[in-house]
Design a protein around this ligand. Structure first.
Ligand code: ADP
Ligand code: MG
Length: 343
């Protein structure tokens, strides 16, 4: 006999304490360095000897960073962790402890929160992160998710934005513009693209993966003089490194790495590939610079297939960022984020 469908339970029926218990129940592996975890006024953590702490935090706000029309709660849980993991990695650290603050409208289904929890802990497990605490509040508006991540680094492995020197090679990992194209597809539809391209591009937006292997290789070999993840678009991040380092950067249009899926997308939509490559945000690819004397070593790692990265330019003594067009002309590159692709 078919059961009568029960109405989904809402957060406001569950209550704050039962909600916190659900997060507490997700903490599986016992991390000896967490002396006091969820359940007291604060977490007590034992710092690893000789390491410095890297602290990062990132918010995901409904209506600003995501829209529930195309985001599911599993992806949100993963992304809340992964965007922070990316920041810890590019500082030269490894993530260790997370604090999770949530403001939730009372009408959210408990089942949705359980999905969020599964995505959140899945990402934590991948990177060996322990959830050590957080805060939970009701929200009169949309959903707000804030994760604070604490990581550890060897002091001499910390990589800042300010370390780029004149003559350094400029590199990016992977390919650019995919996430912005994916967002456009999520908002406007598939636009005649095949399933594989749609999946590849939309996943880059919904489920970005920190470039851990590439970044750890660079960090452990002390290869990067500066490093940043491309969350606000290549043009903005180039300016961030140039400004922090007090140098100029020149990049070459024809060297910017594009995926086959992005080229299909730009062909089908008429959107400029160059716009996507230069200004598309939410990439979580990594922009870094390498000392002139070690460029050969870096290029060798790429040639041997040990590092997925592309040389795109060089650091110079100016203070601005320029892009050399295909015809050889150089023009100033203004910092523009992916906001421009909002339709
Ligand atoms: P307080 O009143 O001192 O702020 P709370 O009742 O907010 O304490 O939190 C109780 C415990 O539950 C604390 O240890 C806190 O870190 C933890 N906690 C609250 N919300 C979350 C959450 N969303 N994720 C993980 N831990 C949480
Ligand atoms: Mg609290």
């Amino acid at each position: 006999m078919p059961e009568k469908l029960a109405r989904p339970m809402k957060i406001m029926e569950l209550g704050e304490f039962a909600l916190i218990e659900r997060f507490k129940a997700g903490v599986h592996h016992s991390d000896g360095a967490v002396v006091v975890g969820i359940g007291d006024d604060g977490a007590v953590l034992v710092p690893a000897a000789g390491m410095v702490t890297i602290a990062v935090t990132d918010m995901l706000i409904e209506g600003v960073h995501f829209d529930l029309a195309y985001y599911n709660f599993i992806d949100l849980g993963r992304k809340a962790v992964n965007v922070n993991v990316s920041d810890v990695l590019v500082m030269g650290g490894l993530p260790r402890y997370a604090l999770l603050s949530l403001a939730l409208p009372g009408g959210v289904d408990v089942a949705s929160i359980d999905q969020f929890i599964s995505g959140f802990f899945e990402a934590c497990e991948v990177y060996g992160i322990s959830l050590a605490g957080g805060d939970t509040s009701s929200s009169p508006g949309g959903l707000c998710i804030s994760v604070t991540l604490l990581g550890e680094a060897h002091a001499d492995e910390v990589v800042k934005r300010s370390g780029a020197g004149i003559g350094d090679g400029v590199y990016v990992t992977g390919t650019l513009g995919n996430s912005a194209a994916g967002l456009d597809i999520l908002r406007r539809g598939c636009m005649g693209l095949n399933h594989d391209d749609v999946y590849f591009l939309t996943q880059r937006h919904l489920n970005p993966q920190p470039r851990k292997d590439a970044v750890r290789l660079l960090t452990e070999r002390h290869l990067a003089t500066s490093m940043i993840d491309i969350s606000d678009g290549l043009s903005s991040e180039l300016h961030n490194i140039a400004r922090a380092s007090g140098k100029g950067i020149s990049i070459f249009e024809q060297k910017l790495p594009a995926s086959p899926a992005l080229l299909e997308f730009t062909e089908k939509t008429g959107v400029s590939a160059l716009e996507m490559l230069l200004h598309g945000g939410e990439e979580y690819e990594v922009l870094f610079t390498v000392d002139h004397d070690r460029v050969k070593e870096l290029d060798d790692l790429i040639a041997r297939g040990l590092l997925d990265a592309t040389a795109i330019g060089v650091v110079n003594k100016d203070t601005d960022v320029t892009v050399v067009e295909k015809n050889g002309r150089a023009r100033p590159l203004l910092p523009r984020g992916y906001e421009h692709f909002r339709v």
